[in-house]
Design a protein around this ligand. Structure first.
Ligand SMILES: Cc1cc2nc3c(=O)[nH]c(=O)nc-3n(C[C@H](O)[C@H](O)[C@H](O)COP(=O)(O)OP(=O)(O)OC[C@H]3O[C@@H](n4cnc5c(N)ncnc54)[C@H](O)[C@@H]3O)c2cc1C
Ligand code: FES
Length: 273
């Protein structure tokens, strides 16, 4: 983060642009100053002439001189981010927020449930899991997307599924002739997870509606509200706990989150909006 002034973006070069799906691209970025993020934290990306928006890096936190963000095109800033090219300059502020309490997961069974663009922070988390693979009792990943064409990091997820330190199952809402995997919502592929739910950890990241139903299913399975970790997205402005845009009850998503134990936020009515 720039010294003294958290509002000043660091000048950053676009090294490469990868098209993941028709609406999602990954930018490989090289900031002029190191951005030292923890998995699950977010950065603010400034696209010159339009403004800035928060994104959770999808890259390996151990790499200090390059950062990747995976961006779904939904509006003003993300439209412009999608037309950026190699060699362009953007700005980066951050990292902000808390990130995943990785070390508190050590020694435990962990189930990660992801959907759509939620694969972005999950990829960064997976790099950490694989780096500390021996520190977990067991790892499960259950991921879902609308169609086979909507999967992010297709080659990487195939590699994950070949590893013997993680059990991976993917599903799509709607298959096609080439898809040989499961068809159905991500909640339908949680039943074969074999772990001690009462003491296991669940990490959920995806669109609000998916997080809502996944959380409900995890509670039915026996996970404790304190052991379900959700990555929350709210409209943000300052990113540093000053403007109040990102409130959930007494919490600021930018400062107290974006990662929350479900227990902390379960009683606030607007968490899935
Ligand atoms: C902590 C945090 C981390 C995030 N990480 C990522 C990430 O890694 N990758 C990523 O693609 N996005 C991420 N987002 C969401 C991203 O910040 C927004 O999509 C972005 O701010 C939209 O800006 P915009 O100017 O393009 O859209 P706006 O012009 O502000 O909005 C246009 C329209 O899109 C809708 N919209 C806004 N956000 C979303 C959304 N996420 N999904 C669907 N519709 C939306 C708005 O309601 C509005 O109707 C994150 C958000 C937060 C708070
Ligand atoms: S974005 Fe300003 S308080 Fe969170």
């Amino acid at each position: 983060m720039p010294k003294n002034n958290p509002y000043r973006p660091v000048e950053t070069e676009v090294l490469d642009v990868i098209t993941e799906t028709p609406t999602i691209k990954t930018l490989k970025l090289k900031p002029k100053e190191e951005i030292n993020f923890k998995t699950g934290q977010f950065i603010e990306l400034t696209v010159p002439g339009v403004g800035e928006a928060p994104f959770t890096p999808s890259s390996r936190p151990a790499i200090k001189d390059m950062i990747e963000v995976t961006i779904m095109r939904v509006g003003k800033v993300t439209e412009k981010a999608h037309v950026l090219k190699k060699g362009d300059t953007v700005g980066l502020r951050g990292p902000f927020g808390n990130g995943y309490p990785l070390e508190s997961f050590f020694g435990k069974e962990v189930l990660v449930v992801g959907g759509g663009c939620g694969f972005a922070p999950i990829r960064s988390l997976m790099y950490e899991f694989f780096e500390h693979s021996g520190d977990f009792k067991s790892l499960f990943f259950r991921g879902g997307c609308k169609t086979p064409n909507d999967f992010l990091y297709k080659e990487e997820t195939v590699e994950w599924s070949k590893r013997d330190d993680i059990n991976v199952v993917l599903t799509v809402d709607e298959g096609n002739v080439a898809w040989k995997g499961k068809v159905g919502l991500v909640t339908t592929i949680l039943d074969d997870v074999k772990m001690e739910f009462k003491i296991g950890i669940a990490v959920v990241c995806g669109p609000p509606i998916m997080m809502k139903f996944a959380t409900s299913k995890l509670l039915d399975m026996g996970f404790k509200t304190t052991n379900i970790y959700l990555s929350m997205e709210k409209n943000m402005s300052c990113g540093i706990g000053k403007c109040g845009h990102c409130r959930i009850g007494p919490y600021y998503v930018c400062k107290d989150g974006p990662v929350f134990q479900y227990e902390k936020i379960k009683n606030f009515h607007d968490i899935w909006e």
